[in-house]
Design a protein around this ligand. Structure first.
Ligand SMILES: Cc1cc2nc3c(=O)[nH]c(=O)nc-3n(C[C@H](O)[C@H](O)[C@H](O)COP(=O)(O)OP(=O)(O)OC[C@H]3O[C@@H](n4cnc5c(N)ncnc54)[C@H](O)[C@@H]3O)c2cc1C
Length: 423
């Protein structure tokens, strides 16, 4: 059963990670970053490039968090519709953030090229696939708002969406040619290599368990070492519960699991996503699917891994793609998404020189990379502010209950879909 295959395709298919050691002894740098995901690694890479001395201290391995576990859709923008973004933070700030993140895939693929990162980079666009009347209405709204802002998106009708996806279960799709797919863990490892090349210091298996103010700024401590710096960035996002627990209370952690099939046959590949776009749907309990470079179907849904999810995934894949009946899964893994109350990432200055960046709400490849670069420019005095909000977040009330609500909701939905199909 797939539930026993608790291993990630991305770990199995990623080029080797750079060899890093644990933090030992005392180190002094300009900036120390806690967490080696897209945010921390991009910040380190760009800070080192701008001449700052910088160290990343990662509890596990580079890419251990959401960065190494995600779907790999390198999308433009955020989850929020552009008008919702403006309503949330104001039209001026909304436009700055929209423009920064509209260009995020360009930035990500540019870095991949610049540093020769081997991460299955495929820039054939993504498809937001419409399900039902509400799904179509959502895509029509997004299309209108995005085209008004100059985005080169296309709203595909049912016939075009169905032939691009290879399934008759969708009534529309919003195609975004700016976007694409990557192998996310390979991208994280590639960013780590690039940061090392630029002179950043990286440490793994070094959980930070104490952060203290000092006369010159801050010190972070692990069991075997300490780093003193003027500034600290907590880049731990949904994985904040370890050592920086108070940040975890600002977000609801939502589980999202994926399964990867055996490589598909040539006939299957000719009809399923022949152009290799990445796809996610408009359902409230969302699913995603894409192909990897070996022709595996990577299918994901909300909720923790387990029999309910894997049984639902097998059945849903058969419904979507009858040519794939009796799909066999080789891999199954789960990641945690940090949902903020306003669905936006925030950079909070918790105290002078102590920053926390988190709350990507499931859209972090482009945003994490761009925010890392902006942090470097901001610290170097090259920009006055960041594109993302810098407001302090409050603790989310009933956070654990909300987490359970989403988890139970996802399971009930998946069970309901199965029994509906069986009846
Ligand atoms: C299943 C899933 C699917 C997703 N799909 C997409 C997608 O298709 N497209 C997209 O754009 N985004 C997607 N996202 C979101 C995206 O992956 C995240 O927003 C992004 O990875 C966040 O990067 P980060 O560097 O901020 O945090 P992370 O990558 O989570 O890194 C945080 C790191 O901090 C480390 N850490 C925690 N505590 C400590 C400590 N005390 N000391 C040292 N280190 C510590 C952790 O070990 C971890 O490695 C998805 C997320 C998930 C979970």
């Amino acid at each position: 059963m797939p539930t026993q295959l608790c291993d990630s395709l991305w770990r199995a298919s990623s080029p080797a990670a750079p060899v890093l050691t644990a933090l030992e002894g005392r180190l002094e740098v300009d900036v120390v970053i806690v967490g080696g995901g897209f945010t921390g690694l991009s910040a380190a890479l760009h800070m080192a490039k701008l001449g700052m001395s910088v160290a990343v201290v990662e509890a596990q391995e580079v890419g251990f968090g959401g960065s190494g576990r995600n779907v790999g859709l390198a999308n433009a923008g955020l989850w929020l519709e552009p008008n919702q973004l403006d309503a949330s933070i104001g039209a001026e700030a909304g436009s700055v953030l929209y423009n920064a993140l509209a260009a995020a895939p360009e930035y990500v693929y540019g870095l991949i090229d610049e540093y020769g990162i081997q991460c299955e980079a495929t820039r054939n666009g993504t498809l937001h696939a419409g399900v039902g009347k509400a799904g179509l209405a959502q895509l029509e709204r997004r299309y209108e708002q995005l085209t008004l802002r100059g985005a080169p998106v296309q709203l595909l009708d049912a016939a075009e969406a169905q032939s691009r996806i290879g399934s008759d279960k969708f009534n529309s799709a919003l195609f975004d040619p700016r976007a694409g797919t990557i192998q996310p863990l390979a991208y994280a490892r590639g960013l780590a290599e690039a940061a090392l090349k630029e002179g950043a210091k990286l440490f793994e298996f070094s959980p930070v368990d104490k952060i203290e103010p000092t006369s010159g700024g801050w010190a972070i401590y692990t069991t075997s070492g300490e780093v003193h710096a003027e500034k600290v960035i907590l880049a731990t996002n949904a994985y904040s519960e370890y050592g920086v627990k108070e940040q975890a209370r600002k977000f609801v952690p939502i589980f999202y699991s994926q399964l990867a099939s055996k490589p598909l046959s040539d006939a299957q590949l000719a009809s399923i996503l022949p152009n290799k776009e990445g796809v996610w749907d408009t359902c409230t309990v969302m699913s995603s699917f894409r192909l990897d470079q070996q022709g595996r179907l990577v299918f994901g849904g909300m909720g923790g891994e387990g029999n309910i999810l894997s049984n639902w995934a097998s059945q849903r894949v058969t419904e979507l793609f009858p040519i794939l009946s009796k799909v066999k899964w080789d891999y199954c893994w789960t990641g945690k998404i940090a949902y903020s109350e306003d669905h936006l990432p925030h950079c909070q200055q918790l105290q002078n020189g102590l920053f926390s960046v988190a709350g990507y709400s499931g859209r972090g490849i482009g945003p994490g990379t761009v925010v890392g670069a902006e942090l470097a420019q901001w610290f170097a005095g090259q920009r006055e502010s960041l594109s993302i909000p810098t407001t302090l977040l409050r603790d989310i009330p009933f956070r654990e209950l909300k987490r359970m609500f989403y988890e139970v909701g996802a399971r009930t939905y998946h069970l309901g879909q199965q029994s509906h199909a069986l009846s």
